[in-house]
Write a protein that binds this ligand. Sequence first.
Ligand code: A2H
Length: 255
Amino acid sequence: EGVGPQEYTGLKMQVLNFPDAAHEALTSIDLSINKVFMIAATLRPETMYGQTNCFVGPSLTYGIYEGLVPGELYICTRRAASNMAFQGLLRERGVVKELGTIKGQQLVGARINAPLSVYREVYVLPMESVLPTKGTGVVTSVPSGSPDDYATLTELRKKAEFYHLNPDWMKYDAVPIIRTPSFGDLTAEFLCKKLKIQSPKDVKQLAEAKELAYKEDFYHGVMIIGDYNGEKVEVAKPKVRQDLIKQSLAFVYNE
Ligand code: A2H
């Protein structure tokens, strides 16, 4: 991590319904002719079957940019848009034309499409630990595979009222997607319980859990869902990624 280039999958999650709070930021955008996508950066495309939500940093600022396909707009951090422009992933290579900006908080509650997930439509939630300096600033949530995602979803459910979150946005449970000999079918939940992770503030244990989860899933995991059911994660991962890209549901994003 942090060493050398990172090859992400940029997952295109189409926004199906913006919350009221978002409209003020979108006045200059014609939603009747444009499709808007939140672009989530992931290193685990094979886990997309288990998406239950999508996270944004509530205090981060996101921009809206034109994608390669006419009428497709992308939401991500300006930093990511700049990288994308130089990788030829935006309308004009090397040019970052920002159509507008929106705060993460204004996106909370948006209903979006989750490609491949057993839950077709999921909701955007806030995650304090989203870094502005990594990926697109948008994180797809897979609480069965990612300890960070599991810890945040658990915390938000407990404190829904305090955070002014509709419980309906958090109604989806973790989906078993990968089986490993050591951690069973729900790697993240198993590790959060084993390492006694109480909240997203337990950053040390979460870092350890993340490391353990990543290695166990990658080297010993077998898919128990989807088109590559029964195949090793190591083998399924590039295949799922290629399938997403072929269907224009994702693209390669490097940084
Ligand atoms: B991963 P690395 Cl199932 N801030 O996707 C914080 N975390 C971010 C981020 C940001 N700005 N951008 C991406 N990420 C998350 C899936 C997943 C991920 C699973 C298991 C582990 C895992 C579903 N969330 O990551 O520092 C994204 O979450 C653990 C390696 O570049 C992305 O992949 O290594 C991962 O962190 C990228 O982290």
